[in-house]
Write a protein that binds this ligand. Structure first.
Ligand SMILES: NC(=O)c1ccc[n+]([C@@H]2O[C@H](COP(=O)([O-])OP(=O)(O)OC[C@H]3O[C@@H](n4cnc5c(N)ncnc54)[C@H](O)[C@@H]3O)[C@@H](O)[C@H]2O)c1
Length: 328
């Protein structure tokens, strides 16, 4: 199949492109490179530098490449930035997303997989969240993900779009070739590993949560498992009736910040410098996905769910790319 991947030069997109190519698909990547990297686009995929907000550019690409389905990873995804600059998030994630949908509608492409987020739930009442939980985002980033999911529902009803929104929890790990390189980096595991490599010591934000060891518990999913879920979701859009299917992507259980730090120390083979700081506003004690729906609907369960696999692969990638993608 011929697939367009928006954001295919980013962390999640790069590994998903790799998975799509391995599965025999032909891939075009559309990316502004605003947070992505040219070197993160797998050989074999074609990179077009441009924005998904440009409906005429996208429509031209869909036609000229004969695109049959879209994996939509391209977005702004920094919570703090979204609070400081909500307009950017509404413009890129909502208005830009709708421009993409208009291009699909114009050309008659009716299959899309969307990188949504657990941020749509906000700070849920129960620790284990299923897809029926109330959507109450607590920042513009989560709100824009929720809004775009809404657009997908209405494009399904009105225009026959078949879409799957995958609500990722915390993505971690690396493939052999592609890993996580964000600037700034806000995710725990790369920041712990940066501390191990002589960078800024990581700050543990709060040790007085009502959890077994006092630190927050989060659900982590290996980026290659996520790539597998993208493939399964793409297949689902072939058979599904028009509309939006929504699946959490998580492991169904979680790891605390101390557990992550300990596993990272084992992977690195040395103590990792860290500091204990205050809680971050809005962080719930426990946030874990139920993943029954992904299992039932996509036939997907995580296969690389241990901290050893996730942190070990991230550390190996970091050692092979000490400057991230900056070197090339
Ligand atoms: N990484 C996670 O833990 C996580 C968790 C939940 C959801 N997500 C979602 O997954 C997706 C990918 O996340 P990521 O961590 O790989 O982020 P990333 O920043 O590494 O990748 C995003 C990519 O999109 C590109 N991009 C941004 N705006 C664009 C535009 N207008 N047109 C074309 N390309 C554009 C960027 O250059 C980048 O390559 C995002 O939608 C994010 O919200 C990620």
């Amino acid at each position: 199949m011929r697939v367009l991947v928006t954001g295919g030069a980013g962390y999640v997109g790069s590994v998903s492109v790799e998975g799509l190519l391995r599965a025999g698909h032909t891939v075009t990547v559309l990316d502004t490179l605003v947070t992505g990297h040219r070197a993160a686009v797998a050989p074999g995929a074609e990179l077009v530098v441009g924005t998904l907000s440009d409906a005429s550019l996208v429509a031209g690409l869909l036609r000229s490449k004969g695109i049959e389905a879209v994996v939509h990873c391209g977005a702004r995804s920094l919570v703090g930035e979204s609070i400081a600059n909500p307009a950017l998030y509404y413009r890129e994630n909502v208005a830009g997303g709708v421009a993409l949908l208009e291009a699909l509608r114009e050309v008659g492409v009716d299959r899309l997989v969307f990188s949504s987020s657990a941020a749509v739930y906000g700070a849920p009442d129960s620790a284990a969240v299923d897809e029926t939980a109330v959507l109450r985002p607590i920042n513009p980033y989560g709100e824009t993900k929720r809004a775009f999911e809404g657009a997908l529902t209405w494009y399904g009803r009105g225009h026959g779009l078949r879409a799957v929104a995958l609500r990722y929890f915390n993505v971690a790990g690396a493939s052999q070739a592609f890993g996580e390189h964000h600037q700034p980096e806000t995710h725990l595991i790369p920041n712990v590993l940066a501390g191990a490599a002589g960078g800024t010591p990581v700050t543990i934000m709060g040790t007085d949560y009502p959890t077994p060891d006092g630190t927050p518990v989060r659900d982590y999913i290996h980026v290659e498992d996520l790539s597998d879920a993208h493939l399964a979701a793409l297949e689902l859009t072939a058979a599904a009736p028009p509309g939006l299917e929504v699946c959490n992507l998580g492991s169904g259980s979680g790891f605390s910040v101390w557990e992550v730090l300990r596993a990272a120390q084992e992977a690195v083979g040395a103590p990792i410098p860290h500091e204990v700081g205050a809680r971050r506003a809005g962080d719930p004690p426990v946030l874990v996905a139920t993943n029954d729906r992904a299992r039932d609907v996509l036939g997907w369960t995580p296969r690389r769910g241990t901290l050893q696999e996730m942190i070990g692969s991230a550390w190996r990638w970091r050692q092979a790319h000490p400057q991230g993608y900056a070197e090339g």
